[in-house]
Design a protein around this ligand. Structure first.
Ligand code: FAD
Length: 411
């Protein structure tokens, strides 16, 4: 074992760690990053299905509502380094950004690799030293900073940033090591669970329809026979259940055993819809029921499936539709019940809920309130955002704020 000294040690070369290093390095600080993988940013490369939804459009104050009740903690980080600053950072380095109609911001090349490459280049330009394939095993406080132990070396750092991410998609390197480090330094870890996770459905009737997606589908959530909420968002049928931003964002409220009622005809009043459909059916006796339902802009494959589930032959004409069949069809179109078997686990969840307690971190600096010189950045902190670029923005903004505080501290 030998002791090697660095001014600032960062654990984790994800977006939070790399961005913190790049910014502190730009101020001339001597930075060493340890990354357990042979390459940086494995999770970043998966972001936005490889296209990297880096942030969201709009006034940054509107971001605060996208982190559940944790938004206020992020306010200083987001105000210090908002979405506009993030977009400019990449543009100034030659990576243009595009914004979708829904407000999601992506690199114009639609390649996560370009985002990662920009971060790596910035680190190199600012003389950040990266140690790949060097997992940190333990951290300890020393008389004038921290000992950081890897397989064959103990490093001494004056300041330490833990940016090891959460525990979702563990194959990317996010295996929760940082929680252990933080805990060993006296921090409380709020219970972690998968967030932005798909819903796995018991007795799922739409497996054959996997791949059908819906824009702005309305659904309500029921528990023990009581309606406890409703939401409208983009939704996707998978082979095992429901996914898509609308479900992922709402997954923080969904529990196994709940019922989700899907409205394929929008958030309409039940009686109004029933009356309208019944009138159309009565007015077109020789038309197929299917033709009438298609007028409601329900995808054709789904209409076929719903007719089957309602006991209605595909070629049945309106004149032959029984009252029971009609009422079943109306109920299925209005509030199709889906019973939640479970919520996807850490292998499927995009982010981790829980993490280092917000009570113990100064939101203006990301410095530990318990251990001077210790900082946190990114998903290791007890914050999780909606889909749409909010999690990467949080990783960059907290990384930036930690860098700013570190620069101030080192003088
Ligand atoms: C499939 C998928 C798609 C996503 N898409 C988006 C999107 O489009 N937009 C968005 O905003 N968010 C998205 N996210 C979430 C976003 O990618 C994360 O919130 C973000 O990467 C968190 O950044 P981080 O730097 O805090 O952690 P991470 O990216 O997890 O990086 C942490 C790093 O620390 C390293 N590490 C861990 N332990 C150790 C150790 N002991 N020693 C050394 N190194 C260690 C890990 O190997 C890893 O490289 C997505 C997530 C997933 C899984």
């Amino acid at each position: 074992m030998r002791g090697i000294t660095a001014q600032i040690i960062i654990i984790g070369a994800g977006p939070a760690g790399l961005f913190c290093a790049a910014n502190a390095g730009a101020a001339g600080k001597k930075i060493v990053i340890f990354e357990k993988n042979p390459v940086p940013g494995k999770k970043l490369l998966l972001a936005g299905s490889g296209q990297c939804n880096i942030t969201h459009d709009g006034p940054v104050r509107e971001f605060l509502t996208h982190y559940g009740d944790k938004g206020p903690f992020l306010k200083p980080a987001l105000m210090n380094f908002p979405n506009t600053a993030l977009i400019s950072f990449f543009q100034e380095r030659g990576l243009e950004m595009v914004t979708t109609k829904a407000g999601k911001v992506f690199p114009a090349t639609l390649k996560s690799t370009d985002v990662l490459h920009t971060l790596e280049t910035e680190c190199a330009t600012n003389n950040v030293t990266l140690h790949y394939n060097e997992p940190v095993l333990n951290v300890r406080q020393s008389a004038d900073g921290f000992f950081v132990e890897t397989r064959n070396t103990i490093y001494c750092g004056k300041l330490l940033v833990i940016a090891t991410g959460g525990t979702s998609y563990p194959g990317t390197g996010a295996t929760g090591d940082g929680y252990r480090f933080a805990s060993s330094l006296g921090h409380t870890i709020e219970e972690t669970s998968p967030a932005l996770a798909p819903v796995i459905v018991d007795g799922y009737p739409f497996a054959d329809l996997a791949g059908i997606s819906f824009d702005s589908l309305h659904f309500s959530l029921w528990r023990l026979g009581k309606k406890i909420g409703s939401h409208t968002g983009d939704l996707l049928f998978t082979h095992q259940g429901l996914s898509g931003p609308g479900i992922l964002d709402y997954s923080r409220f969904i529990r196994p055993g709940d019922t989700i009622r899907l409205s394929f005809v929008g958030p309409v009043q039940g009686e109004v819809f029933a009356k309208g459909l019944s009138e159309k059916i009565a007015a077109h006796p020789v038309s197929n029921v299917k033709t009438i339902v298609l007028q409601y802009k329900v995808p054709e494959r789904l209409v076929t499936g719903l007719l089957q589930l309602s006991g209605i032959p595909e070629d049945l004409t309106c004149a032959h539709l029984s009252k029971i069949q009609r009422n079943t069809l109306i109920a299925n179109l209005l509030e199709f019940p889906i019973r939640v078997g479970k919520i996807g686990g850490f292998n499927e969840a995009m982010v981790t809920r829980g993490g280092v307690s917000l009570q113990e971190i100064d939101p203006k600096t990301m410095e530990s309130r318990l251990v001077p010189g210790l900082y946190f950045a990114g998903e290791i902190i007890d914050i999780d955002g909606d889909t749409g670029g909010y999690n990467l923005q949080a990783a960059f903004s907290t990384g930036y704020l930690a860098a700013k505080a570190i620069i101030g501290k080192c003088g």
